[in-house]
Ligand binder design. Sequence first.
Ligand code: HEM
Length: 148
Amino acid sequence: EPQKVLIRDSWQIVSQDQIHHGTVLFTRLFELEPDLVFLFQYNSAHFSTVQECLGSSEFTEHIRKVMTVIDAAVSSVDSLSSLDEYLTGLGRKHRATGVKLESFKTVGESLIFALESGLGELFTPETREAWSQLYGVVVGAMSRGWYR
Ligand code: HEM
């Protein structure tokens, strides 16, 4: 189980501006894997550039959705298995969007990047480790959606 206090205290800071930190996360993700931008299609059109994607209201809603899932994981850090079914279903939906499971490793790196940018020196090695563990549990549950 990840260190709850470190998770809760750090999330309390970052969650005050979820869209900002979520935008830092996805900006980093698209730097590392630019082709992921093409998976976001609304009204069956994809974005031509990362800037266009990041500036769209639909994509901002996706950021809000991602941050809501993280918020739920933080709230349930004592009992993450209660999110299992939801997260497996979420994984299945993501497989259907064409995203590869491997890309979720880059998502994890981008999450750590965003937390570090938001927390500065408060992002201690222990806090980083706690978040890596929490993210590992979330992606572990999502990954079951790829295989069933
Ligand atoms: C929905 C792509 C990462 C949470 C979607 C949709 C797409 C998508 C195309 C459908 C359109 C939409 O609702 O905006 C991706 C890609 C990702 C990614 C390419 C990274 C490579 C994540 C992560 C989370 C997440 C890390 C949370 C942990 C959600 C949620 C929905 C969603 C909650 C709505 C599902 C529903 O309709 O029930 N995602 N996503 N996504 N995504 Fe992601």
